[in-house]
Design a protein around this ligand. Structure first.
Ligand code: NDP
Length: 234
């Protein structure tokens, strides 16, 4: 049965790979963008996840097109790296407001319709560094670790209503975000990953579509690493 899926930040990168994977299995997929428009074949809604009214308007548009969102993938995220001593309050707040509060905003907006439907799948895209930590990323790692508490609290609140909330924690994935890394840092990361390569977006999408599917109905409040072994021991 085709589900209504909303992927935040599904216009590019990992989000686009996730959106394409859902579309390939026949689901009705909407992606958010901030002005770039939707990739070919996907339904796009303009949305800034730091703005509650924009989130509400995007959901309303998706509901008008496909009906209530049944599968929410909170994927949109940013980095703004620098060492703790140099990080401004604005840098910390902006990253947390996007990555953590943005995910909370979309989960809150999705939850009322999921409760009514007595069905819902929420998947939060965290990162290996949320639990592993990373120098220069106090803002980003804190925001990504926060998604674990967020999803586990949703699991406790809504788990009895056939709603699951899980986290996927990718390691390094080949996208614009990792392309922007300095070469020495890229190599250092590759050396520390047991798989000795970065992931593809499709490899992240595989875990996400599985969590949204019927075979994962009893998986709730989980953190699924897709990191080539980088974070073992979490
Ligand atoms: P990209 O930088 O390629 O894309 C980021 C996406 O987030 C874009 O679609 C962007 O939209 C969207 N976005 C950013 N801010 C907002 C906002 N305020 N409102 C709405 N959308 C926004 O990132 P990746 O594909 O690499 O990463 C996707 C997710 O995966 C992120 O949460 C990231 O933290 C996580 N991740 C990535 C890893 C990697 O190695 N790449 C590793 C682990 C986790 P727009 O196009 O409008 O800018």
């Amino acid at each position: 049965m085709a589900r209504t899926v909303l992927v935040t930040g599904g216009n590019r990168g990992i989000g686009l790979a996730i959106a394409k994977a859902f579309a390939a299995q026949g689901d009705n997929v909407a992606v958010t963008h901030r002005g770039s428009g939707a990739p070919d074949g996907l339904f796009g809604v303009q949305c800034d996840i730091t703005d509650t009214e924009s989130v509400d308007a995007a959901f309303t548009e998706v509901e008008g097109k496909f009906g209530p969102v049944e599968v929410l993938v909170a994927n949109a995220g940013i980095t703004d790296d620098t060492l703790l001593l140099r990080m401004s309050e604005d840098q910390f707040e902006r990253v947390v407001d996007t990555n953590l509060k943005g995910a909370w905003r979309v989960a809150k907006r999705a939850s009322s319709k999921m409760l009514r439907a007595k069905f819902g799948r929420m998947i939060f895209i965290s990162s290996v560094v949320g639990l592993y930590g990373n120098a220069g990323q106090t803002n980003y790692a804190a925001s990504k670790a926060g998604l674990v508490g967020l999803s586990r609290s949703i699991t406790r609140e809504l788990g009895s209503r056939n709603i699951t909330a899980n986290v996927v924690a990718p390691g390094f994935v080949q996208t614009d975000m990792t392309d922007a890394l300095p070469e020495a840092q890229r190599q250092a990361y590759l050396d520390s990953i047991p798989a000795k390569r970065f992931a593809t977006g499709e490899e992240i999408a595989g875990a996400v579509t599985w969590l949204a599917g019927d075979s994962a109905a009893y998986v709730n409040g989980a953190v699924i690493p897709v990191d080539g072994g980088l974070g073992m021991g979490h």
